[in-house]
Design a protein. Structure first.
Length: 557
C-alpha cells in the first residue's frame, strides 16, 4: 500500500522507528533512571520523587514481590488513582518480570472479580479507599498477595500522617474493610530494601500489560501488550513530538499534567511512560473531577504537555479561574479517548494560544495510531496522520481497500498493535485480517493527504467522557432485575460527557420505576456506565430473529 501521508509529515520526523532499539520496556525505563537520576520524575500533592528515588523504590518493591514466590509473567493488578505509589508499583512489577493488570479503582465488586479472575491475577496493590470492594471480590479470584496503600504513604512522615488523618477521619473516604494477611505498602517497601532484585531475562515478546477493554459481546477482554508494543509506541510518540519540543521557547525538560487516570491506556503512555522516556516530570492528579483543585495545580507549573479528553478541556474553559493559568510554555495539548469538539478546540486556541490536537488509538494498539501534527495548527475534524511505522487502511466488509473519500472500517498495522487478546483466540480472529491489520470497529474516511476522519462507530459502543461503555454489559445487569422483561441500551449525545447511556425497558412488574433500575445498576456498575435516562415501552424494535435493534432505538431518541 502507498503511504500517501508521508508526503505531509512534519519536517524532521522519520517515517520509521526501530522497536529493537530496546530489548524491553524495562531497558527503556532503566535508561531514564540512570540518565536523569537527580531530576524530579513525579509530583503529587507537592511531594516529588526523583528518578533516582523511583529507581530505588521500584527495585525494592520488585524484590519484595519476587519474594512472594510469583513466577515470571505472573499477573499483578494495580487498583489505584494517580498517586506516587502507582508509577513505583508499575515499574516494580515490570522490573520483577511480572505483568501489570491495570484496574479501575471505581469498579464494582462484580466488575473487579470478573477482571481479576479472567487475568488470573495472583497479587494486587490497592489504595485503602477501595479495599472494601476488593474484600467482597477476592473470594472469587486467585489473588494470594494483597498490598494496601494509603494516600500519605510517600508524602513524608508529617505530611503523610496529616493527609491520612484527613482522608480517613475527616473526609471519611476509607470505608471499613477486612483483608487478613494484607501487607501495608510502606512495609513491603521497607522489607524489599534488604532484598536483592533478581533481574529476569526479559525479551521483546514478553507480556508487559494486560490492558482490559470490551467487545461487541460486552465480555471483558485483555489486550496483550508486549514489551515491544509499548516500546514502539513510546518511540513513535517521541519521534512525533520532536518538532514541537524543538520550537521556541525551548524547555530543558517536559512538564506533563497527568490528570487522566494512569490505569487508562491513553494516560499510561501519553503521560506516565512518555514523561519517563523524555526525562520529564509528571504532575499526578488523584481526582481530576475536582476542577478547582486541578486549576490550582495547573497554576503552579508551566505545563508543556497536557493530554486530556474533550470534556475535561471543556470543564476547564468554563471555570472562572481558568484565566489564572500561565500557558506560555504549553507545547502540546492532545485530546484522546473521544472526539474533540470544534467549539472546544476553537475556545482552547483563543484562550491558550496553543492548538488542541486530536489523537486516535485503542487499548489494542498501545494506544496511539494517528495524531494531528505541528503542521496542523487549526482544528480540522480529522484524527491526523498515521505515526511512524504505522499503516492505516480504510476497508469494506470484504477486506478490500476503498477509494479515498469513501467510508470504510479503519484498519491498522504497526509494531504497536497487540498480537492477540488474552486467552481469546476466537475474539482475536474476529479483529485480525490475513495480512496483519487490526480491525478497529470504527468507520472512517481518508483524504488525499492521508488524514482520516471518524464518521461513525461500527458497533454500538458508547463513549462517556472518554470511557467505553458496552451496551451488552449494561443490558445484562438490567435484565437481572426481576421486574424487567427486556431492555435495550444505546448512547445519545450529551454536551457534557460526549454521550450518555440511555436505557429502554419493557416491564415485567408494572410497579417498576426508573429509581428502582438506577439503584440496581449503581450496585453493579461503575458510575459512568449507569443509565442517565430510562424510557419505558410496551415493546422494543427487533429483527426477524428477535435481536433488539439498537440503531432504531438510537434514531428514535
Amino acid at each position: 500500500m502507498e503511504r500517501i501521508w508521508l508526503k505531509h509529515y512534519p519536517p524532521g520526523v522519520s517515517a520509521e522507528i526501530d522497536p529493537s532499539r530496546y530489548p524491553s520496556l524495562v531497558a527503556m525505563l532503566e535508561e531514564s533512571f540512570a540518565k536523569y537520576r537527580e531530576r524530579t520524575a513525579f509530583i503529587c500533592m507537592d511531594k516529588g520523587l526523583t528518578y533516582g528515588e523511583t529507581d530505588e523504590m521500584s527495585r525494592a518493591f520488585g524484590a519484595w514481590l519476587q519474594s512472594r514466590g510469583l513466577a515470571k509473567g505472573a499477573r499483578v493488578a494495580i487498583m489505584m488513582p494517580n498517586v506516587l505509589q502507582y508509577p513505583v508499583a508499575t515499574c516494580a512489577i515490570l522490573r520483577a518480570g511480572f505483568t501489570v493488570v491495570n484496574t479501575n479503582p471505581l469498579y464494582t465488586t462484580y466488575e473487579l472479580e470478573t477482571q481479576l479472575e479472567d487475568a488470573g491475577a495472583e497479587a494486587i496493590i490497592v489504595l485503602e479507599n477501595f479495599a472494601h470492594v476488593l474484600q467482597r471480590a477476592i473470594g472469587k479470584t486467585r489473588i494470594k498477595h494483597v498490598v494496601v496503600a494509603s494516600m500519605g504513604d510517600l508524602l513524608g512522615i508529617i505530611k503523610g500522617t496529616i493527609v491520612n488523618l484527613v482522608v480517613r477521619r475527616v473526609k471519611k473516604m476509607v470505608p471499613a474493610y477486612s483483608l487478613p494477611g494484607a501487607t501495608p505498602f510502606n512495609a513491603a517497601l521497607a522489607a524489599g530494601r534488604s532484598m536483592t532484585l533478581t533481574r529476569p531475562q526479559l525479551g521483546s515478546d514478553d507480556l508487559a500489560f494486560l490492558q482490559y477493554t470490551g467487545g461487541t459481546t460486552g465480555i471483558a477482554k485483555g489486550a496483550m501488550l508486549l514489551h515491544r508494543n509499548v516500546v514502539a509506541n513510546m518511540l513513535q510518540v517521541d519521534e512525533w513530538l520532536k518538532p514541537v519540543l524543538e520550537k521556541e521557547p525551548k524547555v530543558d525538560r517536559l512538564t506533563v499534567m497527568a490528570a487522566l487516570p494512569l490505569y487508562h491506556i491513553f494516560a499510561l503512555t501519553a503521560c506516565f511512560l512518555l514523561g519517563v522516556r523524555t526525562g520529564g516530570q509528571s504532575i499526578l492528579i488523584p481526582n481530576p473531577r475536582d476542577i478547582p483543585g486541578l486549576i490550582k495545580e495547573l497554576a503552579k507549573y508551566k505545563v508543556n504537555h497536557f493530554p486530556a479528553v474533550n470534556t475535561l478541556y471543556n470543564a476547564l474553559l468554563n471555570h472562572p479561574d481558568f484565566s489564572k493559568i500561565d500557558w506560555s510554555m504549553l507545547k502540546c495539548a492532545v485530546g484522546g479517548g473521544m472526539a474533540v469538539q470544534k467549539s472546544v478546540a476553537d475556545r482552547w486556541f483563543r484562550a491558550t494560544g496553543s492548538p488542541l490536537w486530536e489523537g486516535y488509538g485503542l487499548s489494542e494498539t498501545s494506544p496511539v495510531l494517528t495524531c494531528n501534527s505541528p503542521n496542523d495548527p487549526d482544528w480540522d475534524g480529522t484524527i491526523g496522520l498515521p505515526l511512524p511505522s504505522t499503516d492505516i487502511s480504510i476497508r469494506d466488509d470484504g477486506n478490500n481497500e476503498v477509494p479515498l473519500g469513501e467510508a470504510g472500517e479503519i484498519c491498522a498495522r504497526g509494531p504497536q498493535v497487540m498480537p492477540s487478546y488474552w486467552r481469546r483466540p476466537d475474539e482475536t480472529a474476529n479483529v485480525m485480517t490475513p495480512d496483519g491489520f487490526f480491525l478497529t470497529g470504527d468507520i472512517g474516511i481518508m483524504d488525499e493527504t492521508g488524514r482520516a476522519r471518524i464518521v461513525d462507530r461500527k458497533k454500538d459502543m458508547i463513549t462517556v467522557s472518554g470511557f467505553k461503555v458496552y451496551p451488552s454489559e449494561v443490558e445484562a445487569v438490567v435484565s437481572s432485575h426481576p421486574g424487567v422483561h427486556e431492555c435495550g441500551v444505546v448512547g445519545i449525545p450529551d454536551p457534557r460527557s460526549g454521550e450518555m447511556v440511555k436505557l429502554f425497558v419493557v416491564k415485567k412488574d408494572p410497579n417498576l420505576t426508573e429509581a428502582d433500575l438506577i439503584a440496581h445498576c449503581q450496585k453493579q456498575l461503575t458510575p459512568y456506565k449507569v443509565p442517565r435516562l430510562v424510557e419505558f415501552r410496551t415493546e422494543l424494535p427487533k429483527t426477524n430473529i428477535g435481536k433488539i435493534l439498537r440503531r432504531q432505538l438510537r434514531d428514535e431518541s
